[in-house]
Design a binder for this molecule. Sequence first.
Ligand SMILES: Cc1cc2nc3c(=O)[nH]c(=O)nc-3n(C[C@H](O)[C@H](O)[C@H](O)COP(=O)(O)O)c2cc1C
Length: 387
Amino acid sequence: MPVITNIDDLKRIYRRRVPKMFYDYAESGSWSEQTFRENTSDFDRIYLKQRVAIDMTGRNLATKMIGQDVAMPVGLAPVGLTGMQHADGEIKAARAAEKFGVPFTLSTMSICSIEDVAENTEKPFWFQVYTLKDDDFMQRLFDRARDAKCSAAMITVDLQMLGQRHKDLKNGLSAPPKLTPASVANMMTKVHWGLGMLGTKRRSFGNIVGHAKGVTDPSSLSAWTSEAFDQALDWDRIRVFRKMWDGPLIIKGIMDPRDALEALNVGADAIIVSNHGGRQLDGALSAIRALPAIMDAVGDKIEVHLDSGIRSGQDVLKALAMGAKGTYIGRAFVYGLGAMGEAGVSKTLEVICKELDTTMGLCGRRDVHDLDRDILMVPKGFSGEWE
Ligand SMILES: Cc1cc2nc3c(=O)[nH]c(=O)nc-3n(C[C@H](O)[C@H](O)[C@H](O)COP(=O)(O)O)c2cc1C
């Protein structure tokens, strides 16, 4: 294994090993990609206070997210098509997460199905649902998640319709990939990836094909997808979903304090401050800039988590010190997975854990429960003053 010291190392290997279509799918944001870029660059605007001569022994990163034990407050975010980044990708990532002791969240738009992941893992994972028009299908998704012993459901509320990513249209993104001269020429250079894919039957959307009405094969799927998402979604409808699932519930995709209050009223156990990794509303604030106003509105009434832009343990530390009780990584684990499968996801988690642990110590803190704004230098006007 090459010497991996940071997430960028994994990203470089990932880029070499995975077909361009799937690299581009992960490594892009919507339209101009402003929000995608600022999600990461805004973390760099926050500085850390170095403290010295403080006992740094006996540090602790273990805590709880929605009442469940985690080795560090960093979960794997739901990522569609993970099984196209590496054969059986969802199973590989879920195994790495369970070994590390952090939550894995399976996307509705995964390649491996809920049942597949449950059969191939030991510990409960979390399941993410998109908000679809078809009540029967939604109820079945929640029922399948319950039968698979998922210990939380995550409802993503920021994708009533799809933000446009130019590269996906140009590449003709699909699962399994369409065979064009350009895609075949590119895939032929990705030997590891290709052998993995030949060795698995899991090459289409496992939660949908054969489960949604009228979707019996991948070719009928695209018509289903454009029809299925519910543009009429409102909070009353989210209340209906709350009734379908009586376990722990996380609402993902909150960027405005008013929406945070709505999520609280629906009876969610946690919210995720997230702009979908810059893949939906381009021009929205970065998640880390949106966090303070949401903390002010609901911070002591509901657990607030954050994703979008986290590429290091230092980023995790900053989000926690700004008040988040949990964080998630999307692309950072995809890089690891595409680079070297399960071992790569484990490596992602190790890198982030070590960075978080060491940086916390160098800030003079020994416990994730004791992080606060006092360790940070946040530029004046960071969250913005808007007309
Ligand atoms: C390739 C890709 C696919 C994604 N698919 C989903 C999905 O199926 N469901 C969902 O709720 N979020 C999805 N997301 C958003 C992630 O859950 C998460 O919000 C985002 O990746 C966080 O930003 P980061 O990648 O900068 O860490 C996806 C993100 C990426 C990069």
